[in-house]
Design a protein around this ligand. Structure first.
Ligand code: 8YV
Length: 323
């Protein structure tokens, strides 16, 4: 059988690249630079499968094709709001993602951010590195206790549930949930969580709010100035979902005027560009999209892509089809 021709848009863990190359006629983008729309258009006309990441915007310009050679876009990552699913559907292309295998690591990172923001870890680190630490004193960098507080989780999918487990079983936090559909009682019961009607009902009740919903147009600026105003003074906002979910200008103002206690972001609108308004905010922890960045998760994500390709090219329904 002729091996399907597969394009990998960024460098992946070596073990995954090796396995891909064994099973498929694989082309690696050895420059490791994101491809542009024209590159994608060309790729969709010549490869059987294209394997993008979050840095690959596959929108209208790349998809203006009469017909595509590509049969499957197997995304390396769980979020796929960078792919215009409507336009892809017109071309009859299957799209898959990599759920489950990064949930624990992403929740670990969300918990890291929550703790860093509450305990002012970023500020402390900057102080030491900049030679500004003058020694211990009772009033120095006093943060907020995490244990026993209330955590609101927006989006109770796999990652949101992993976050709840860490916060509830590890830190005795009370869990409130906002989710677009009704969460099964037994799923809520695992962390003694309560689902509220909508985000307006959630925000005023929480000491911490962690975002785990999808990105894309439907959730763009879900957290806007009005909703930031509903948060408790002193509350913290954590985002490991997608940058566009937060109106970053409104967040910078809430931080600047101290209407909330702090925030911690792993994702940014238009990343890797950082909105300059955020850079001036001291009570803000920022990480460069590290949610799934562990050796274990990144390898598992790659092998999950391979599973989907095998399913597809061997005539089975791919396990993680999203369209
Ligand atoms: C991935 C992520 O590493 O899977 C996702 O949706 O946000 C990340 O943690 C990244 O998207 C890889 O494409």
């Amino acid at each position: 059988m002729v091996k399907p021709k597969v394009l990998v848009t960024r460098r992946w863990p070596a073990a995954v690249e090796a396995q891909l190359s064994e099973s498929f006629d694989t082309v690696l983008n050895t420059t490791d630079k994101p491809l542009c729309a024209a590159d994608f258009k060309a790729a969709l006309s010549s490869y059987d499968a294209v394997l993008p990441t979050v840095t690959d915007v596959i929108g209208a310009p790349a998809l203006e094709l009469e017909r595509a050679q590509t049969k499957i876009i197997a995304n390396y990552g769980v979020g796929y709001s960078h792919i215009d699913i409507g336009a892809v559907n017109h071309l009859g292309i299957t799209v898959t993602n990599t759920p489950d295998v990064l949930s624990e690591c992403t929740a670990d990172l969300a918990m890291t951010l929550l703790l860093m923001a509450a305990r002012r870890a970023g500020e402390g680190e900057r102080e030491i590195r900049e030679g500004r630490w003058t020694g211990w004193r009772p009033t120095h960098l006093v943060g907020t206790k995490v244990s026993g507080k209330t955590l609101g989780i927006v989006g109770y999918g796999r990652i949101g549930q992993e976050m709840a487990r860490r916060a509830h079983h590890g830190f005795g936090m009370k869990i409130l949930v906002q989710n677009r559909s009704k969460v099964a009682p037994e799923v809520l019961a695992e962390c003694n969580a309560t689902q509220v009607e909508n985000i307006e009902a959630l925000l005023p009740e929480c000491d911490f709010v962690s975002l785990h919903c999808p990105g894309g147009a439907e959730n763009r600026h879900l957290i806007n100035a009005q909703r930031l105003n509903l948060m408790r003074p002193g509350a913290f906002l954590i985002n490991t979902a997608r940058g566009e979910v937060i109106d970053e200008l409104a967040l910078s103002q809430a931080l600047w005027f101290e209407t909330i206690g702090g925030a911690a972001l792993d994702v940014f609108d238009g990343e890797p560009r950082i909105n300059p308004a955020l850079l001036d905010c001291d009570r803000l922890v920022m990480l460069p999209h590290l949610g799934s960045a562990t050796r274990e998760a990144r390898e598992a994500m790659g092998f999950r892509v391979i599973d989907n390709l095998r399913d597809f090219f061997e005539g089975r329904e791919p396990r993680d089809r999203v369209n």
